[in-house]
Design a protein around this ligand. Structure first.
Ligand code: HEC
Length: 443
């Protein structure tokens, strides 16, 4: 995908730092969103399958899917846009590495779009199915044949769209996760820069597991928050509410108990060149937050209450932020060389642009050259290694050219002194320093 490369602008070191901040922000939106989308869909499909005669399962399944499909533009803004913008950030940051990460992320954005279309189909057919059921209950045995066939087609489409939506979503998430893992693994850039290497990477797999488990935990907290926050005027009957509570509490507790293990595993498989104190620090912080979450879930499970639900949601956002910042530090450390190269590239580019527009205003300062190069051996009124300027400059007065020639190409003059080593100045610099010497000496 050449076109991504064409969009790349040379970045200065400062811009690259900004791009990295942008990535962190993008992920703090994207990852929680993807995780709610994923587990709500999985749970919805699961509970619909289990529904049978139990209306509670059916209702819960429908509410789960409604909770993530309330608004199409929100899905676009929280899912597709962040994915696209992270592809462009990586295109800038990984420029000239030949790494396909930006392309893979773009592909995952396409998969997400397909998946969202399917998920919305799943939701609409859910409601449509209800209408058909309602109609056929009303009509009894007099229901027309074609209505019956519509009904079975809708049910079929509903099941298919849910399942394929989930498949596409899993591909989206895995591709995205594997790509960001590859970006942070500079030691394996050349080896794993293909689809096979990308998919069958242990790091990607473990990160994916961590994502799955965290997403179930987070979604449980969101469900608890949604149904049981103090100001929620939920008119549902108590039996249904306690059914929802017990599911959310169980799923939440079990998944948060597994989570620390996966966070530790994830740090253990991180490439060596990405380690730093920051990575460890943030890994530790995220473990502490998970521990708090486990305790809160456990207490709520024991008391069968949802009293910490909003605190939990808040803690999860902090947890996601810590994990994302940790990964970003790992990416940063492992790609130091790449960034130094890009920064140098940028300086060259800037120089070229300036030259092109005749903007080179290289200021050559005689005094600076004297202080930087000559002062080690020369003073105006005192002998150091070389003769004092006071003694040697008079003969050059009115003959600037000759002095410039000497400075550019020193020749043996006075047998009492060793020869002066060539200072390797450019003609312009020699002229400036000579100018400075002659005017200063005259004062
Ligand atoms: C490493 C020491 C050293 C440095 C650095 C050095 N010089 Fe010299 N310079 C000498 C010595 C030694 C002589 C005497 C050479 C001789 O007489 O053959 C000399 C001689 C000179 C003379 C007198 C030449 C003459 O005709 O008698 C000038 C003028 C001079 N240096 C200018 C400079 C300037 C300008 C710089 C800085 C860009 C500089 N030097 C840096 C050692 C140095």
């Amino acid at each position: 995908m050449e076109f991504l490369d064409n969009l790349v602008l040379p970045q200065s070191a400062h811009h690259m730092v900004l791009l990295k901040y942008l990535l962190v922000l993008t992920y703090i939106i994207l990852i929680p969103y993807l995780s709610i989308l994923f587990s709500s869909l999985v749970l919805s499909i699961y509970f619909e399958k289990k529904a049978g005669v139990d209306f509670k399962n059916y209702l819960f399944s429908k509410e789960l899917i409604d909770q993530i499909t309330f608004n199409k533009s929100v899905s676009f803004a929280l899912g597709v846009v962040p994915l696209l913008s992270s592809a462009f950030c990586y295109a800038q940051l990984l420029h000239l590495t030949g790494l396909n990460v930006p392309e893979y992320i773009l592909i995952s954005a396409l998969f997400l779009i397909v998946s969202l279309i399917l998920i919305y189909t799943y939701k609409y057919t859910f409601h449509l199915k209800d209408i058909f059921t309602f109609a056929s209950e009303k009509a009894g045995s007099t229901i027309p044949e074609d209505l019956k066939s519509y009904q079975s087609k809708t049910t079929h489409l509903h099941k298919r769209s849910g399942l394929y939506g989930l498949v596409f979503l899993v591909i989206t998430i895995y591709l995205f996760i594997a790509s960001i893992q590859l970006a942070a693994d500079s030691g394996n850039w050349s080896a794993n820069n293909n689809l096979i290497g990308l998919i069958f990477s242990l790091k990607a797999f473990i990160y994916f597991l961590q994502f799955l488990v965290a997403s179930f935990a987070f979604t449980s907290a969101i469900i608890l928050y949604k149904y049981f926050r103090i100001d929620s005027h939920n008119s549902k009957d108590n039996e249904y509410l306690s059914f929802v509570k017990s599911i959310a509490l169980r799923v939440g507790t079990v998944s948060t108990i597994i989570l620390p293990l996966l966070i530790i595993l994830n740090v253990m498989v991180k490439p060596l060149e990405s380690f730093s104190y920051d990575v460890f620090g943030y890994a530790l912080l995220s473990l502490i937050v998970v521990l708090c979450i486990v305790i809160l879930f456990y207490v709520m499970l024991k008391e069968s209450s949802a009293k910490f639900a909003s605190l939990l949601v808040y803690l999860f956002v902090v947890l996601f932020a810590f994990i994302i910042i940790k990964d970003q530090y790992a990416f940063d450390t492992s790609t130091k060389k790449q960034f130094a190269m890009l920064a140098a590239n940028y300086e060259n580019y800037q120089k070229k642009v300036k030259e092109e527009f005749g903007l080179v205003t290289e200021v050559i300062n005689g005094a600076d050259i004297y202080n930087g190069k000559c002062i080690a051996c020369h003073q105006f009124d005192r002998k150091v290694v070389g003769p004092p300027y006071k003694e040697v400059l008079p003969k050059y007065e009115g003959n600037k050219e000759k002095l410039i020639q000497f400075v550019l190409n020193p020749v043996k003059v006075n047998p009492e002194y060793p020869p002066m080593p060539n200072q390797g100045l450019k003609p312009k610099e020699a002229e400036a320093v000579v100018e400075y010497l002659l005017t200063t000496y005259q004062k």
